[in-house]
Ligand binder design. Structure first.
Ligand SMILES: O=C(O)CCC(=O)C(=O)O
Ligand SMILES: [Fe+2]
Length: 297
């Protein structure tokens, strides 16, 4: 663990940037990774797709996203890539990423929560490339924290033509309207038109407009979004694959909590099938094997 002294302060969000994040629900970082580090992520991801693993998950939890070559030319999602690839984890654990997140969330500690390797093939008509509007807190209902956040880390310059991640500005402060049991279901299993309507209904309910802001991310930079910020992304109209990692982060205070659907069915997160237990017998979201500390100030 390193300390504030080892961090270049020029790479951290300024006080104004932190206020901007609190107002808008997203933040575009400075250049946090060198070109060599970004290239190493791309190379490691190619190895991963070809089958290389440092270790494998002991079991497949029920809603694991896990692309395999037999799935073909669809959009690829691979959860727990920080667990299965040491080469990728080494870069995701770079101190500055956790330090930036800590400032944005005003947290003393940041732990990794999840990481997903993503690949959007350069196929403009590919329907699975579309990421419908959603916010990540819906998938994390068994978490106590409302301060969790995500870093979206492309492996190249990433702009609109590639179908970059797009934020609905300021939507993280909206009061939710029309939330139901379905919100826990991953966007890949939901109707995009219905989710588009839901975002407009929520804006209206809050007397707000839907302002969509595509994150134009230069190589080595990354965008951060609050766990209640609506976001999504469109087609990859460029001639190259859009490669990225979504690095989901939790503040040090985050813990497991019991949640149930309206019919009483317990909500689970994939971690609940993998992580160690706390002395109270609940899933431990600070299990260092799956949720390592990235930053502590
Ligand atoms: O791949 C994208 O464009 C969106 C990824 C996403 O939903 C996230 O980073 O939370
Ligand atoms: Fe997301």
């Amino acid at each position: 663990m390193t300390t504030v002294a080892d961090i270049d302060p020029a790479l951290l969000p300024s006080d104004d940037d932190v206020r901007g994040y609190e107002e808008h629900g997203w933040y575009l970082s400075r250049k946090l990774l060198t070109d060599a580090e970004v290239d190493a992520l791309a190379t490691a991801s190619e190895g991963f797709y070809a089958g290389a693993r440092s270790r494998r998950l002991g079991k497949r939890p029920p809603t694991l996203a896990y692309w395999e070559p037999s799935h073909g030319t669809v959009q690829r999602h691979n959860d727990y890539v920080h667990y299965e690839s040491d080469a990728i984890a080494a870069i995701l654990r770079k101190q500055i990423i956790g330090a930036v997140a800590a400032r944005l969330a005003r947290a003393a500690e940041i732990r990794l929560f999840q990481s997903t390797l993503i690949y959007k093939p350069p196929r403009p008509e590919e329907p699975t490339n579309l990421v419908p509007w959603h916010f990540d807190r819906h998938y994390w209902q068994t978490c106590t924290s409302d301060r969790m956040l995500t870093a979206f880390i492309p492996f190249h310059d990433c702009g609109e033509e590639m179908g970059t991640i797009t934020m609905v500005d300021g939507s993280h402060v909206w009061t939710e309207f029309g939330g139901d049991d379905n919100t826990t279901r991953h966007f890949a299993h939901r109707d995009a038109a219905e989710l588009e309507q839901l975002v407009h209904d929520n804006a209206k309910h809050n007397g707000a407009e839907v302002r969509k802001v595509p994150m134009v991310i230069p190589k080595g930079h990354m965008s951060f979004h609050h766990c209640r910020t609506y976001h999504g992304s469109g087609a990859n109209r460029s001639g190259s694959p859009r490669r990225a990692i979504s690095l989901h982060l939790q503040d040090g205070d985050n813990r497991y909590r019991v949640r149930s659907l309206s019919d009483g069915t317990p909500v689970t997160y994939n971690h609940d099938h993998l992580v160690r237990r706390t002395p109270a017998g609940t899933p431990d979201y600070s299990d260092p094997e799956f949720c390592p500390v990235l930053w502590r100030s």
